[in-house]
Design a protein around this ligand. Structure first.
Ligand SMILES: C[S@@+](CC[C@H](N)C(=O)[O-])C[C@H]1O[C@@H](n2cnc3c(N)ncnc32)[C@H](O)[C@@H]1O
Length: 208
């Protein structure tokens, strides 16, 4: 199962990437038994609900080599770790306000040999560097999230979308988007993935 699901939607991944994705099951099964980084009932659905969901961002945006991406509230490394496997030439800075989750991120990145991942125990608001993109999943409402990151975008980018936020969201977002008062683009993951899990899942893009 594992990487078969990934090959179905990302047929160009290299044998090394397949191997890295395949190892996630063992690594997260171990780390999840130490520290709850993903829902325990979800561990059997790791590839669909966490890895493929994270890679939904890659269906919207292919980061050009050298891009710098901040993952805010990464928890155990989602969406940052799957994206870092898929985009080995992009730098991913994964932050979370809970230190033990960042320990998992750094252990997983080291076990997989991902030099493009840096995990930092910090609140998003305190990160001072500039990035091309901010990615995130399941952290907070857009109206609260946007002020944390709005000053963090570098001015230029060679990417296909201007620098900004790519936020994985699910359900009816009409009210949340209205409350944030932001202009967003909505990408529906059911257009890319046929599994029922993706029926209401979206990537919300906000220009930085
Ligand atoms: C529900 S978890 C989601 C984790 C991960 N993104 C995922 O989808 O599996 C939300 C995470 O956001 C982190 N978080 C909340 N507020 C934060 C902040 N201001 N800065 C950094 N991390 C934050 C929490 O510690 C928690 O790990």
């Amino acid at each position: 199962m594992t990487s078969d699901l990934l090959l179905k939607y990302f047929p160009d991944i290299t044998p090394q990437q397949q191997e890295q994705f395949a190892r996630l099951q063992e690594l997260y099964t171990f780390w999840n038994s130490q520290i709850n980084v993903i829902s325990r009932k979800d561990i059997d659905l790791l590839y669909e609900r966490h890895v493929l969901h994270s890679l939904g961002i890659a269906k919207v945006m292919g980061f050009v080599p050298g891009s710098n991406v901040l993952d805010v509230g990464t928890g155990g490394g989602f969406p940052g770790i799957p994206l870092a496997i898929l985009f080995p030439d992009t730098n991913f800075h994964l932050v979370d306000s809970i230190g033990k989750k960042i320990k998992v991120v750094n252990e997983v990145a080291s076990a997989l040999g991902l030099p493009n991942v840096k995990g930092t125990h910090a609140r998003a608001e305190d990160i001072k560097e500039k990035f091309d993109f901010v990615v995130s999943r399941a952290v907070t409402q857009l109206k609260d999230f946007y002020p944390w990151v709005k000053g963090k975008f570098s001015k230029t980018s060679n990417n296909k979308l201007p620098n900004g936020i790519l936020y994985l969201k699910g359900g009816d977002l009409t009210q949340e988007i209205a409350d944030a008062g932001l202009t967003v683009q909505q990408y529906h993951l059911k257009d890319y993935f046929e599994e029922e899990f993706f029926e209401t899942k979206q990537v919300i893009y906000v220009k930085g």
